[in-house]
Design a protein around this ligand. Structure first.
Ligand SMILES: NC(=O)c1ccc[n+]([C@@H]2O[C@H](COP(=O)([O-])OP(=O)(O)OC[C@H]3O[C@@H](n4cnc5c(N)ncnc54)[C@H](OP(=O)(O)O)[C@@H]3O)[C@@H](O)[C@H]2O)c1
Length: 246
């Protein structure tokens, strides 16, 4: 006889916290969460961008500035939140490049912001999270298939996927999962120099089984699935068009 299925976790009247919610994938997750009836709390460094995103989302959204490389800033951000049901942490500021070329500070930057930034966010969020709530960490498909010489960035993403499994064990029944996208045609890449962007996109189209870049809505849909499916924990999902396989 099978055990009672875990409850489905609809988003209506839930609180979703998104550190990195003022643009790109995080903002698209915010849009979809609000459309599903949730309240959202947006975090990011730039107050104008946060205010603009919250205006677009309407009264279900509020924001507070945070820099995830600064532990005091993370503590101050979570001090504004009594209780949350879901956490998504796509915020990251880092530099990537070859072992032989990067300064120590640049090489360490993915770990400082993307790894430890998410780790410390979870530390603050965990005591405030619903027992039937969830966490979705942000990784990247470079974890399993490096696109070029950027070993510290590759290792950082692989470490985040390990962190997701470790946290899932420790925090259960709170569910913890990881989303690990391929190259997304969206805000992050549109801000990079055209030459670098086009070269990376051409390489990615060749490398992915589906021969195209992903979209922010496709990644956001994956995150909402992980928020709401009550039996998903300890998993990493790759919305990457089959990039990791080829
Ligand atoms: N887009 C892709 O192709 C892709 C592929 C694989 C993985 N990813 C991962 O997904 C993350 C988000 O991507 P995206 O496309 O949504 O990028 P994005 O549009 O640049 O969004 C990044 C968000 O994080 C915030 N942020 C950046 N650094 C922060 C910090 N130190 N503290 C707090 N907030 C910070 C940004 O606001 P402020 O700048 O105002 O702080 C913004 O809200 C990337 O950093 C990357 O790790 C992206």
């Amino acid at each position: 006889m099978s055990a009672t299925p875990p409850p489905h976790a609809p988003l209506a009247e839930r609180t979703v916290v998104i550190i990195g919610g003022s643009s790109g994938i995080g903002l698209e997750v915010a849009r979809r969460s609000v459309a599903a009836g949730a309240c959202v709390v947006l975090g990011g460094r730039n107050e104008d961008r946060l205010a603009e995103a919250a205006r677009e989302l309407g009264p279900a959204a509020r924001w507070h500035p945070v820099d995830n490389t600064d532990k005091q800033s993370l503590a101050a951000f979570f001090a504004t939140i009594d209780h949350l049901d879901h956490l998504f942490t796509p915020a990251a500021s880092y530099r990537t490049g070859p072992l032989r070329e990067l300064s120590d500070e640049d090489a360490e930057s993915p770990f400082v912001s993307k790894f430890w930034g998410q780790y410390h966010a979870v530390r603050h969020a965990a005591p405030r999270l619903s027992q039937d709530g969830s966490i979705v960490l942000m990784s990247g498909a470079a974890s399993v298939r490096p696109a070029g010489p950027a070993p510290a960035y590759v290792a950082c993403n692989a470490a985040i996927e390990g962190l997701g499994r470790g946290l899932a064990v420790e925090l259960a029944p709170i569910r913890v999962n990881v989303v690990s996208p391929g190259m997304i045609d969206g805000n992050l890449w549109s801000g990079r120099p055209a030459g670098i962007r086009e070269q990376a996109a051409a390489h990615y189209r060749d490398a992915a089984l589906l021969n195209r870049l992903g979209t922010e809505p496709e990644v956001a849909e994956t995150v909402l699935f992980l928020f709401t499916n009550g039996y998903m924990t300890g998993s990493t999902l790759y919305p990457d068009g089959g990039y990791a396989l080829r």
